[in-house]
Design a protein around this ligand. Structure first.
Ligand code: ZN
Length: 278
């Protein structure tokens, strides 16, 4: 079994969450509170997960993430894009503009538009404020740590999940199907506004569904927080079809910079195994 957070940190977080929830119930979460929630959770992510600090990797993920965020964010959030050094497929966002994508997802992507689609979808969860609602729901269930567990699979074994009392809490942390549909539609419009082909979104879904059949363990974390069925693929393709073909044809599907970035990741030392303590 492995411990995820110290009891002190966990207690502190519960106090913070309780405070935020009281405010949320009375007047909604302000942008400042949303950013604070995200900043807090991001500190936990960097303490719990191996993040890639390689300068070239950081530069590329920041550039493509920012290219997408700036065409859709109307609140002037400070965005942070980070690659997690994990071979599993996952991507997640925290309130306030923190977006994470696993190395395993990028290495499986075939072109830039697939990575851009995932980032645009996660950016959508932030701009549409699904992420802050998701976090409130998880915390409302008094499982402050559960959302992060679900998002990151940091709490891997069933034993440790039970020990920290998150049993069925994935239910609370999962985005609703309506949220997913909304983030997908937002992802389509964001990629197009950024000059990138939106076809990467259904292409990545197909890749994830195929991977689930072949190797379910590798995509668990993604599916735990993002319900994904065939219908999302058809809905996304239908949304794309509402744009004129002439416009879609002009959009970028791949770049040298993406392929260089992907090769760079493939050449890094293997990802560390998930953290375990005796
Ligand atoms: Zn999602």
């Amino acid at each position: 079994m492995h411990r995820v957070v110290s009891p002190e940190r966990s207690a502190r977080r519960r106090v913070l969450c309780a405070a935020v929830l009281v405010l949320a119930a009375s007047c909604g979460v302000s942008q400042q509170q949303e950013v604070q929630l995200g900043t807090d959770a991001a500190a936990q992510v960097s303490a719990e997960l191996p993040l890639i600090r390689d300068a070239a990797v950081v530069r590329y993920i920041t550039a493509i993430g920012t290219q997408l965020a700036k065409v859709t964010d109307t609140r002037n959030l400070a965005w942070h894009f980070t690659v997690v050094d994990s071979k599993e497929v996952n991507a997640f966002a925290l309130p306030g503009g923190w977006v994470y994508v696993n190395r395993g997802l990028i290495e499986r992507a075939t072109d830039m538009s697939e990575l851009a689609g995932v980032l645009a979808h996660e950016i959508g969860h932030v701009t549409l404020r699904h992420s802050v609602q998701q976090m409130q729901q998880a915390q409302g269930a008094n499982t402050g740590v559960s959302l992060l567990c679900t998002l990151t699979k940091v709490c891997e074994s069933g034993v440790s999940q039970a020990a920290i009392g998150i049993g069925g809490s994935a239910l609370f942390a999962k985005f609703s199907r309506a949220d997913e549909t909304e983030a997908d539609a937002e992802g389509v419009s964001t990629t197009i506004k950024a000059g990138i082909s939106p076809y990467g979104i259904p292409a990545m879904f197909k890749l994830l569904l195929a991977e689930r059949t072949r190797n379910p363990g590798a995509v668990d974390a993604f599916f735990a927080s993002h319900p994904l069925e065939e219908t999302r693929i058809t809905a996304t393709e239908a949304k794309i079809a509402t744009y004129p073909a002439s416009q879609l044809q002009r959009l970028t599907k791949d770049t040298q910079a993406f392929q260089t970035f992907r090769r760079r990741l493939l050449a890094l030392p293997p990802s560390p195994p998930p953290k375990k303590t005796p």
